[in-house]
Design a protein around this ligand. Structure first.
Ligand code: SME
Length: 160
């Protein structure tokens, strides 16, 4: 199947998942499983959610992949901190060249982090690592942003 129709099909399945998921936690878990299973280059897929406090921290939530030493990340550290504090998607084609990078696995070569917004505020993020360099194309960015947006909507719908 051509890449675009494979992506379109997955996008449809992701939207269906958002409709059928019972709550945001269920949606995040099932999204991690679906993306990890269906996208060969998505080798670690997980959510970090902002834990309010002084200082606020990113706390590891649902994920699929190897256990990471980074279960709590300060907002001013890592690619994860950069995406959450700026509210912008961050794509890193070669993590070894990015001084912000916090290593999770020696096999990771590239990474994408997309913030999750609820009621206009960043509440968490979807982080994906790949064993392949420059794995995240504009189509991947669009797919991952779609997933993050659906989680934001589900959080809003559940009053969070
Ligand atoms: N690489 C991330 C840390 C999280 S692990 O990849 C799962 C970062 O630089 O923030």
């Amino acid at each position: 199947m051509p890449v675009t129709s494979r992506m379109d099909e997955l996008r449809g399945d992701v939207s269906e998942l958002a409709r059928s998921a019972t709550n945001s936690r269920d949606l995040m878990q099932r999204l991690c499983r679906l993306l990890h299973e269906r996208m060969l280059k998505y080798n670690w897929v997980g959510f970090y959610m902002i834990e309010p406090g002084q200082p606020p921290m990113l706390a590891l939530g649902a994920f699929v992949g190897a256990m990471t030493p980074h279960t709590r990340i300060p907002m001013n550290q890592g690619i994860c901190g950069a995406a959450a504090s700026s509210g912008q998607t961050v794509v890193v084609d070669d993590v070894s060249k990015d001084p912000r990078y916090l290593a999770c696995s020696l096999e990771t070569k590239s990474e994408i982090v997309v913030p999750v917004f609820a009621h206009g505020k960043v509440v968490g993020e979807l982080d994906i690592d790949s064993h392949f360099p420059a794995a995240f194309t504009p189509e991947d960015r669009e797919l991952v942003q779609h997933c993050a947006a659906l989680v934001g909507k589900k959080l809003e719908a559940s009053g969070q």
